[in-house]
Ligand binder design. Structure first.
Ligand code: SF4
Ligand code: SF4
Length: 208
């Protein structure tokens, strides 16, 4: 009986193994008919979406050391070093820094800065060997951001949101192919046109 039980277990295992190999090969054969969609980074890079929040850019000359960015930051992250200048009766900014190893890129500081000296960029390549190197001071934050579309060393590829309907591979797209949705500027233009039309309609009514 024990022998027969072992044989039946062995046969069951062999059948299961054959089934799993068959399933695996099914996936392989399915993918053999598809085009590769891998992005050959760093020679190819995807274009970040319009509202992508990357490394924060800082303009030292515009900062008035009000520290609103610190108050709206969920983790009180920006370090604003300033002293009051009694002659000018103004705060004088000495240094400004944000530790991008801790920042959650929520962009609250950017939204609330009263002088617009902060802005989000497309920069996402912030990898460093030492986490302390991610603590950017004003000079590092003031560095101009790079753009995937303007880098001559890189082939920019359209991200999923920019691809025409039904397309998932950004390689070798035919020239002039349009994205599925409307661009933000197109939506804005439509909204402005609708508002202008509404105002135009309201004006004669007011005149009557
Ligand atoms: S909110 Fe803007 S102006 Fe005020 S301290 Fe922060 S960066 Fe400077
Ligand atoms: S992006 Fe968010 S977490 Fe980072 S410094 Fe600004 S407010 Fe703080």
């Amino acid at each position: 009986m024990t022998f027969l039980k072992r044989v039946s277990e062995y046969v069951g295992d062999a059948v299961n193994a054959a089934k799993y190999i068959g399933q695996g090969m099914g996936v392989v054969f399915d993918h053999m008919g598809r085009r590769p969609v891998a992005v050959q980074y760093p020679f190819e890079k995807l274009i970040p979406s319009e509202r992508f929040r990357g490394r924060i850019h800082f303009e030292f000359d515009k900062c008035i050391a009000c520290e609103i960015c610190v108050r709206v930051c969920p983790i009180d992250l920006p370090v604003v070093d300033w002293a009051f200048n009694p002659e000018l009766k103004k705060k004088e900014l000495y240094s400004y820094s944000i530790d991008f190893g801790v920042c959650i890129f929520c962009a609250n500081c950017v939204e609330f800065c009263p002088t617009n000296c902060l802005s989000v960029t497309e920069d996402y390549e912030l990898a460093a060997y030492d986490r302390h190197d991610l603590n950017y001071h004003q000079a590092a934050m003031g560095r101009l951001p790079s753009k995937v579309t303007e880098d001559p060393m890189v082939t920019p590829l359209r991200e999923f949101a920019y691809l025409p309907k039904g397309v998932i591979d950004p390689h070798e797209l035919p020239a002039g192919s349009q994205r599925a949705g409307r661009r933000p500027e197109e939506i804005l233009a439509e909204m402005r046109a609708a508002k202008a039309a509404k105002e135009k309609e309201a004006k004669p009514a007011a005149a009557e």
